[in-house]
Design a protein around this ligand. Structure first.
Ligand code: ZN
Length: 81
């Protein structure tokens, strides 16, 4: 199953270029090199808020890169849904 990467611009996040994610052996890999076993990824709300844990209305596919030097907001929801 393909993973869709749609970086989105979200206010209040660092003015770091939103970069596409890369898929590496089926794992998410941020443009900055972050992967789940390195800094990891946080859950994000649709408005870009970082969540400590997924809430009931969390939309699968919304993440925030946990690399402090990066911090992009990642939208890899399936656009076909
Ligand atoms: Zn990153």
């Amino acid at each position: 199953m393909p993973i869709f990467y749609r970086p989105r611009l979200v206010p209040d996040l660092p003015a770091f270029p939103r970069q596409l994610l890369l898929s590496h052996d089926g794992e998410l890999a941020c443009r900055c090199g972050n992967m789940p076993h390195i800094e990891g990824f946080a859950y994000a709300a649709a408005d870009g808020t970082v969540l400590d844990e997924p809430t009931d209305d969390w939309e699968a596919g919304l993440y925030h890169c946990s690399n402090p030097a990066c911090g992009i907001y990642i939208d890899c929801r399936d656009p076909q849904r």
